[in-house]
Design a protein. Structure first.
Length: 295
């Protein structure tokens, strides 16, 4: 079998492929890059000619990586990350300077991420941290595509089944609680059982459905979708449904919301910081996140 030559592949094509792998659609990748969709398609087609195999499985609602695509993404991410590191080094920046790209799921923006950023501005003024919000699923894709260096996620272990496995450090782990309207039939109880949660309307986040009790033994009826925790709690207060709640937010519920424990439950709300490879600047950010949750 002839060995394919990837040395002539333009870096722009690798960056376009990386963006498509993260975004999941050609159109969203084109929008993020400021390209036309046809330009993105041409770059992908050029890569597929070089590797002599499809990189994407095109579906009605987006694209999935083929096995070949996963292999190329893994190596493309390493190449692009090394080039970015070389640019920082050639700029004469100190080892803990440069830019770290941090992703975070919605509720982490309440206190966790701002606290860490404030500490870093004091301790490492030469370090720049750029942030972006996303769902856990989208941020896992971003880590794989190496368009973020670190991500603060709600964790279901493992986060995915790809290799190499993502590395994680637990930042917080607390009991998962239930939030119901004060006028709800369950509201007068000190605790409820999982069986008591059947048949109610739920308020949840978009996929993977954060907000529905994980141990529920029926297909949930999701009445409303909202990403923000406080938006979900305001919907609960209005009587629109019930939702789960991490213990850390129990003291911040609005008027009209009753917080309940679920008897016999071992469900936990775990927050982790995840990465594929950890540079020295990124390790400084990890330390700041850990310090912010375990002072």
């Amino acid at each position: 079998m002839a060995v394919m030559d990837l040395t002539a592949v333009p870096l722009v094509a690798l960056r376009v492929f990386q963006e498509v792998a993260e975004r999941g659609t050609l159109s969203s990748a084109a929008s993020a890059l400021g390209y036309t969709q046809s330009a993105v398609s041409r770059q992908i087609a050029a890569l597929e000619r070089v590797v002599r195999a499809p990189l994407l499985d095109r579906q009605r609602d987006g694209v999935l990586l083929t096995d070949t695509g996963h292999v190329l993404l893994r190596h493309a991410g390493l190449v692009l990350a090394q080039l970015d590191a070389a640019s920082r080094e050639l700029s004469g920046l100190p080892a803990t300077a440069g830019t770290v790209r941090l992703g975070w799921f919605t509720s982490a923006g309440g206190t966790l991420v701002p606290t860490a950023l404030a500490a870093l501005r004091r301790s490492h003024p030469a370090l720049t941290v750029t942030t972006r919000e996303g769902t856990t699923a989208s941020l896992v894709r971003a880590l794989r595509a190496r368009t973020v260096d670190l991500a603060v996620l709600t964790s279901e272990s493992p986060l995915d089944d790809e290799t190499p496995a993502l590395r994680t450090k637990v930042l917080d782990e607390r009991e998962l609680l239930l939030a119901v309207p004060s006028t709800h039939p369950l509201a007068h109880r000190d605790f409820v059982d999982v069986a008591d949660l059947r048949g109610w309307a739920w308020i949840a986040s978009p996929p993977p459905g954060l907000g529905v009790w994980p141990g529920l033994d029926e297909r949930p009826a999701v009445a409303h979708m909202a990403r923000d925790w406080m938006a979900k709690l305001q919907l609960v207060a209005s009587g629109a449904g019930i939702t789960t709640l991490p213990e850390s937010l129990a003291g911040s519920v609005p008027h009209g919301v009753q917080v309940l424990r679920v008897r016999g439950s071992r469900e936990r709300h775990r927050v982790v910081v995840a990465w594929l490879t950890l540079s020295e600047p990124a390790s400084v950010v990890v330390d700041a996140l850990v310090s912010g949750t375990h002072p």
